[in-house]
Design a protein around this ligand. Structure first.
Ligand SMILES: Cc1cc2nc3c(=O)[nH]c(=O)nc-3n(C[C@H](O)[C@H](O)[C@H](O)COP(=O)(O)OP(=O)(O)OC[C@H]3O[C@@H](n4cnc5c(N)ncnc54)[C@H](O)[C@@H]3O)c2cc1C
Length: 407
């Protein structure tokens, strides 16, 4: 049954990137349909054990969208990042600690459980979008003038722009014929949370070993952190099979006692590590957002921050098209969006890919070079500040929703 509604944009996908996109459009005055399964409440969500460290500009966006106040009590400030070479290499790099205070900031960003973030964003979106369809899209038909989407219960929606935020296997990307290349690393990550005896003091610890890393990120409780354990797929399988006590003991050992005794471990889930890149972020009547457009290894907290920048930039491009009285899904708008996102997406995707490969490598000259860089970072505060700024800020102008004080 075809539904006649006066909506000209559909956002497909109810992950954090899709929800932020729908909210950003609604904030700009667009009438939007949001399509995708309703997320489970946080307390009943055993599968998504990930947390996301959201950088300052992402937090500014959530403030502008009116959701930050509700989220803040569940978010832990990230005051410092300590990087430790635990590779046992001949050229062991010295520890490096980046402190937010060196940039005059209280925190680099805030760490929050994905499931909590999604729950708050969905609640806000449900009250802000013009239509909510809690179902999967089964078919997407694109013509030069419009897009027709068929949902699982048979509802059909006709719009002028589809924002495809439907993740790794995006049906929107496929319908638009946008080619994607996926690179596997033979690695996987375990994401979980744990309680520890020593306080984290707002410090995230990255321990790099040859072939993997263990990264802890503070949670709101001073004695609890989330952890991302990256290793080759076989090792991850073994670690996943450990019982809770065995996992806690192995984690404590891997952390070299840095957070004291590991007491309690939460649910564990496993995520494949891959890089996915698309040739463009826009196709006929379609703009891709978040992991539908790019997937990075979870190093340096970049993935969702990049997805939120897609969302905010797309809202700006549609806003510009509307100001000119134009079509929100025109080729002109879509090219502007692709151009605006290209440099940021390419530099992050390939930068993290390079970093990931260099951490995997046992090649001695590369390890020696990393050691020299670490010495330089410790000796030269301006270099350290530059690296911190590059990690936090995109190489292009921030979209309007991400500028400090944006309304
Ligand atoms: C271990 C780990 C740690 C991470 N840590 C960080 C971090 O600290 N900081 C950071 O910025 N990033 C981090 N990331 C990356 C971040 O988790 C992802 O970038 C983010 O969750 C992706 O969100 P998304 O909305 O693009 O995709 P998804 O969360 O995959 O959402 C896609 C949505 O689309 C829906 N969908 C799929 N198909 C359809 C369809 N046909 N119709 C309708 N809906 C559909 C799905 O149900 C889902 O809700 C981490 C990733 C991992 C693996």
């Amino acid at each position: 049954m075809a539904e006649e509604i006066d909506i000209d944009i559909a956002v497909v996908g109810t992950g954090p990137a899709g929800l932020a996109t729908a909210l950003a459009f609604a904030h700009g005055g667009s009438r939007v349909a949001l399509i995708g399964p309703a997320p489970l409440p946080h307390s009943k969500q055993p599968l998504d054990t990930r947390t996301a460290a959201l950088l300052e500009s992402s937090v500014d966006m959530l403030k502008a969208l009116g959701v930050w106040e509700a989220i803040l009590p569940h978010a832990a400030p990230l005051k410092a990042i300590r990087i430790i070479d635990a590779s046992g290499s001949l050229f062991r790099a010295p520890d490096v600690e980046f402190r937010a205070s060196e940039l005059g900031l209280d925190a680099f960003g805030y760490n929050i459980a994905n499931s909590v973030l999604v729950e708050f964003l969905y609640a806000k979106a449900a009250g802000s979008v013009a239509a909510l369809y809690p179902a999967n899209v089964e078919r997407v038909e694109l013509t030069p003038s419009h897009a027709r989407l068929r949902c699982a219960q048979g509802t059909e929606i006709c719009v002028r722009l589809v924002a495809g935020a439907d993740g790794r296997n995006s049906i929107c990307r496929k319908a638009a014929g946008i080619a994607a290349s996926e690179q596997a690393y033979g690695q996987a990550a375990i994401a979980t949370s744990f309680a520890h005896r020593a306080p984290h003091r707002g410090v995230s610890i990255e321990l790099h070993r040859q072939g993997g890393s263990v990264t802890t990120v503070p949670l709101t409780d001073a004695h609890a952190s989330s952890v991302i354990w990256i290793a080759d797929t076989e090792e991850i399988e073994v670690v996943m099979r450990l019982d809770l006590g065995g996992f806690a003991a192995t984690l404590q050992d891997r952390l070299e006692g840095l957070l004291g005794q590991v007491d309690e471990v939460g649910a564990r889930a496993r995520f494949p590590i891959a890089r996915l890149a698309t040739e463009t972020l826009a196709g006929r009547r379609t703009a891709l957002v978040g992991e539908a457009a790019h997937i990075l290894p979870p190093i340096g907290a970049q993935g969702l921050n990049l997805g939120l920048r897609d969302a905010a930039t797309l809202a700006d491009c549609v806003g510009e098209a509307r100001k000119r009285g134009g079509d929100p899904g025109s080729d002109e708008m879509l090219s502007a969006y692709d151009r605006a996102r290209k440099v940021d997406v390419l530099t992050r995707t390939y930068g993290i890919d390079l970093l990931s490969r260099s951490l995997l490598s046992g090649f001695l000259p590369l390890r020696a070079a990393r050691g020299i860089v670490s010495h330089g970072l410790n000796a030269l505060p301006p270099l350290r500040r530059l690296v911190m700024r590059i990690g936090m800020m995109p190489p292009t102008e921030l979209p309007s929703l991400m500028r400090p004080g944006a309304q």
